[in-house]
Ligand binder design. Structure first.
Ligand SMILES: [Zn+2]
Length: 179
């Protein structure tokens, strides 16, 4: 069962619900540089506003949510079983940042329903958010190829569209049927 690999409590010692975001890498989150320098790098690499001027996150309440989000995110990459780095943010850490539910555009319909945009006036709004994550000792969590491989197998059993071409079959996927 892949869901034990995606326990929110085990990954971040946080209770659900929380928001998760994909990171470039984990290393610069806890290098030896002073806090303001690390915060600048993290904002630059991981909290850059996209072309719509927002930052994309997923609200997760369970290991199943987290697993499906990770697979959905990997579906746009070279392989479903690539290593993926994720960070979690609790709702009360989003000071001055609004989380708006809006359907995502991954291939996983379940993940898409969990998608939110973080809306800010300026990218600098993330400064206090990132500072509070670092002060709380939050760590990027790497979900390894091994875990992602098991997650991809589970997604395949569920018929998730992240693992197959939706147009090729009319069988509904679990992500579509369950609510
Ligand atoms: Zn799915």
């Amino acid at each position: 069962m892949a869901d034990g690999d995606f326990s929110i409590e085990a990954a971040w010692d946080l209770s659900a619900p929380c928001y998760v975001r994909k990171l470039k890498r984990g290393s610069y989150w806890y290098d030896a540089r002073p806090l303001p320098d690390r915060v600048d790098t993290i904002i630059e690499k991981d909290f850059r506003l996209d072309q719509d001027g927002v930052v994309s996150v997923f609200e997760v309440r369970s290991g199943v949510d987290l697993r499906r989000v990770a697979v959905g995110l990997n579906a746009t990459r070279d392989s479903l079983s690539e290593d993926i780095f994720l960070i979690a943010i609790s709702p009360d850490e989003l000071q001055g940042v609004r989380a708006e539910p809006i359907p995502g555009d991954t291939k996983c319909l379940w993940a898409n329903r969990l998608h939110h945009n973080l809306v800010v006036e300026q990218q600098s709004a993330f400064t206090s958010v990132v500072e509070s994550l670092i002060r709380a000792g939050r760590k990027p969590t790497k979900f390894s190829r091994k875990k992602m491989g098991r997650a991809a197998e589970e997604a395949s059993r569920e018929g998730c569209y992240a693992t197959r071409d939706r147009a090729m079959s009319s069988d509904p996927c679990v992500c579509e049927r369950e609510t």
